[in-house]
Design a protein around this ligand. Structure first.
Ligand code: SF4
Length: 263
């Protein structure tokens, strides 16, 4: 089974939503204005990182694609409450300026950004994209930075599986073929601590996601294995608490519609 890091998150929130979107291919992932702005912002930051931290170029890139999100394969299906085209344009530019000013970026060595990878995990393949990977030689620590433009910060980042998946990937020799200029990274960073940062772009704050180690990777492998077991058995539990339903495009008309009415 090939599992995307985002699949783990979706499946963890609601197996049934995973079933509708990934097994039945029903779509249902309507893109809101904040999501599209986040995608454009990520792209502009990637340009910033790859073109010598050129803030003006990053800002022009952001404006260009914000005006033409289709050029990035994006489309705004609906506007979140209190968002406007102009307001999000200003917000994106402001976030770029603040990112540029963030001093900690100058304390490490950037290894790559927007790193798409596929690595083995047990009998499966784990796929994902790392926003930014950098090394802190003084601490012998490899750090994953994940940019968030809108999401609320989870309370327990230490156990966040997204960072576990990314840290795990960097421990695999196959990963380093995806990091140009650092193909020997498996040897170079062997034995270094792995950890993560959640960068909250809107508030310009970094939240430490903690370190990851062998026990975390075992749990990740178990999660992938159990997800595969569920898919093979065609078992897709609902979000029984209903906490994800308010954000789910399948809440109206799709979810449960295949069931007989119990009344
Ligand atoms: S409406 Fe709720 S239970 Fe149904 S698929 Fe969506 S998140 Fe899952």
């Amino acid at each position: 089974m090939k599992v995307r890091q985002s699949d783990l998150k979706t499946f963890g929130e609601c197996g049934r939503r995973y079933y509708y979107s990934r097994i039945l291919g029903l779509g249902g992932d309507k893109s809101g204005s904040l999501t599209v702005m986040g995608t454009v912002w990520h792209f502009a930051v990637d340009v910033y990182e790859n073109y010598d931290y050129d803030l003006d170029l990053a800002k022009r890139t952001f404006v260009h694609y914000w005006e033409n999100p289709k050029a990035l394969g994006e489309r705004i299906d609906f506007w979140h409450r209190s968002t406007t085209h102009e307001g999000l344009r200003k917000r994106g530019l402001s976030m770029l300026e603040r990112y540029h000013e963030l001093a900690p970026w100058r304390q490490g060595r950037r290894l790559g950004s927007e790193i798409h990878f596929e690595v083995p995990i047990g009998n499966h393949v784990l796929e994902g994209t790392i926003d930014k990977l950098w090394a802190r030689p003084g601490k012998k620590r490899l750090e994953i930075v994940d940019f968030k433009t809108g999401a609320a910060v989870p309370e327990k980042l230490r156990h966040n599986i997204q960072f576990t998946a990314y840290c795990y990937a960097t421990e695999r020799p196959e990963f380093w073929q995806y990091v140009p200029g650092h193909e020997d990274g498996f040897q170079e960073f062997a034995g270094w601590q792995r950890g993560g940062w959640w960068y909250h772009a809107r508030n310009n704050k970094m939240f430490n996601a903690g370190n990851r180690e062998a026990a975390d990777y075992k749990k990740l492998a178990l999660a992938v294995e159990e997800m595969d077991n569920a898919v093979q058995a065609n078992v897709f539990p609902l979000d029984i608490k209903g906490e994800s339903c308010g954000y789910c495009a399948f809440a109206e008309g799709t979810c449960g519609s295949e069931m007989k009415d119990p009344r």
